[in-house]
Write a protein that binds this ligand. Structure first.
Ligand code: CA
Length: 306
């Protein structure tokens, strides 16, 4: 009898123990689920937000091309967070480039090789919660001028103080404005490497349809034009005379391209689809009107290619 009683007690105690254990597990399960749900509701507040503000996706950079060829690319990272930021990591093509422990998250990146690069950043808070930015892809290209020779650059003899363009390059124009005082508007002024001398058309009106042609005799591959628009003697002459707004380019095989020019006194460069030609002719097609005179001018033309 006492033996049987003992067995009953052990069985009941075991059952109670199992029930207690199950109850504890259940309580723990409820507790963790609830805790997790609580955390879930405030997750938006504690996740940092990291963005690359600069450069922009798709930006193109050109290597400088003078001597050591490189470009400085400035990278700006912005992090928004309600909790303290522990660190921000900058990645370029998945490689850690810089670890920031404090603001500003700015980095000057020296790039020496052409190619496409993927920039991204990761921010982590003091609580160990992280966010990764969207990838910004940039394209670093060769400086076009650096690799191209200047086809239109003539040999200039400067004997007895007077410059004379030799026969390797010829410059023609459909018309020329007569010289006034000490100024002349000869076509060769566009290749004399002087920013303040120019060619001016010599017909009445805006000179639409008038042209200037640079002939380099041998066939070359033309890839780029450099142009100083207008009469760049000074601001008064620049804005006083017409500048070219749109030009039709004609090559030696008679084919054409249309180019738009900026209304600026700076040298402007226009890339053209590589073209085999022995001459480049620019027609005046549209102009920015001058506020004093009705003559259209162009100060320099550079032709780059191989
Ligand atoms: Ca000139």
């Amino acid at each position: 009898m006492p033996e049987r009683f003992k067995t009953i007690i052990i069985t009941v105690a075991s059952l109670l123990f199992v029930i207690l254990l199950l109850a504890l597990l259940y309580a723990g399960y409820i507790f963790f689920i609830k805790a997790d749900q609580d955390e879930g509701s405030s997750k938006e507040d504690i996740i940092p937000r990291v963005t690359i503000n600069r450069p922009s996706d798709g930006d193109i950079f050109y290597l400088s091309g003078d001597g050591d060829s490189f470009i400085d690319v400035r990278i700006d990272i912005e992090v928004k967070s309600k909790t303290d930021i522990d660190e921000v990591i900058l990645f370029i093509d998945s490689k850690k480039v810089k670890i920031f422990k404090e603001e500003p998250y700015e980095y000057i990146w020296k790039v020496a090789k052409t190619g496409k690069y993927k920039i991204s950043a990761k921010a982590g808070t003091s609580k160990g919660i992280t966010d990764v930015s969207k990838i910004v892809e940039i394209n670093v290209k060769e400086n076009l001028n650096a690799n191209l020779s200047e086809i239109s650059s003539p040999t200039i003899n400067s004997q007895s103080g007077k410059s004379k363009i030799t026969k390797d390059i010829s410059v023609f124009a459909s018309s020329v404005l007569s010289a006034e005082d000490e100024n002349n508007y000869e076509p060769a002024n566009v290749v004399d490497k002087k920013d303040d001398t120019c060619w001016k058309e010599g017909v009445a009106g805006y000179g639409l349809g008038e042209w200037i042609e640079i002939d380099f005799k041998k066939k070359k591959i033309v890839k780029r034009l450099g142009i100083i628009n207008g009469d760049n003697k000074d601001a008064e002459h620049f804005f006083g005379n017409n500048r070219i707004k749109r030009s039709i380019i004609e090559f030696s095989d008679g084919s054409h391209r249309l180019i738009n020019l900026e209304d600026t006194r700076q040298m402007q460069y226009i890339n053209i689809i590589p073209k085999s030609t022995s001459s480049v002719r620019l027609y005046i097609d549209r102009v920015y009107k001058g506020d004093k005179w009705n003559d259209t001018a162009i100060s320099e033309i550079k032709i780059y290619g191989e």
